[in-house]
Design a protein around this ligand. Structure first.
Ligand code: FE
Ligand code: FE
Ligand code: ZN
Length: 283
């Protein structure tokens, strides 16, 4: 690769396991030839978190540097049990505290991006208000971390299954420097957007939200057809989106410098990210 050529940022979801925590995440990413990655800072189904001091942050930063991976290309995914749009104020506050705790962890590690499933509420407008209010509160104690709203498939009462809902949350956020968007190709497909033409999707995104808010992308194939509102990820080339369409997203000039993470299923209890990354990078 020529040095003046930009490196395509492609990686995947990785685990963070004891005893080496962040170092194990990096090792896993490197084993797949990923140059960026995303992880949970604990179980996605629970609020229990190991103390920050156990994570090996200092050693991690040195190892990242040695591996020539930029810490700005990493992201933390919020636990998915939280719902900032819950009608129950106690549950909303619980979710808010959980997000704030994740932000503190991201900040301690030096990670800039947190991916958040916006939330669930039958009343979308009210849900968007709850979410924005919670984020505004949190941002009083958040100096660095960009909260990236993930576009959702539209399962049940999910908020954020179209660009207009994402935009209406962003409109209500006071500090625009700490809000962003994470696209997910499976979710876009399942929400009813034909993603075979990234140029068109990105043009719509720019018109409605603004490309400056696009910070991260999840790359997944989908088990379901456009508009199925299901959210079931498939391996690259094994779903309805297909390898060629996913490659268009990887190699789109606007997206080269945006961290892209695979969240595809394991095959026989093993991830196949290494093969999938290689496949997607082949032009
Ligand atoms: Fe997600
Ligand atoms: Fe995703
Ligand atoms: Zn999903």
């Amino acid at each position: 690769m020529k040095s003046n050529q930009q490196k395509n940022k492609l990686g995947c979801f990785v685990k963070m396991l004891p005893p080496n925590y962040l170092l194990s995440s990096l090792d896993e990413a490197l084993s797949y030839d990923a140059n960026c990655f995303m992880f949970y800072t604990g179980s996605p189904q629970s609020s229990y978190r190991v103390p920050i001091n156990n994570l090996k942050i200092r050693e991690f930063k040195i190892a990242l540097n040695d591996a020539k991976i930029n810490i700005n290309d990493l992201a933390i995914h919020c636990p998915y049990i939280m719902n900032l749009a819950n009608d129950d104020i106690a549950k909303r506050n619980w979710a808010k505290n959980l997000l704030l705790n994740e932000i503190k962890r991201a900040d301690a590690i030096g990670i800039n991006f947190i991916v958040l499933h916006p939330g669930n509420n039958k009343n979308k407008l009210l849900g968007c208000k709850y979410i924005a209010n919670a984020i505004n509160e949190i941002n009083k104690n958040n100096s660095n971390v960009v909260i990236c709203l993930e576009t959702m498939a539209g399962k049940g009462n999910e908020i954020g299954a179209n660009f207009i809902e994402i935009k209406s949350i962003i409109d209500l956020i006071r500090d625009k420097s700490k809000i962003g968007v994470c696209l997910d190709t499976c979710h876009l497909n399942d929400s009813g957007i034909d993603i075979s033409n990234p140029h068109k999707v990105l043009t719509d995104f720019d018109k409605i939200i603004g490309l400056n808010y696009l910070k991260l992308i999840h790359i997944n194939d989908s088990l379901n057809t456009v508009g199925a509102k299901k959210d079931r990820h498939a391996n690259v080339g094994k779903g309805t989106i297909g390898l060629e369409n996913l490659k268009k997203w990887i190699h789109n000039p606007i997206l080269i410098s945006i961290p892209k993470f695979l969240e595809t299923p394991y095959v026989n209890n093993k991830s196949i990210y290494k093969e999938e990354i290689k496949l997607l990078l082949t032009k």
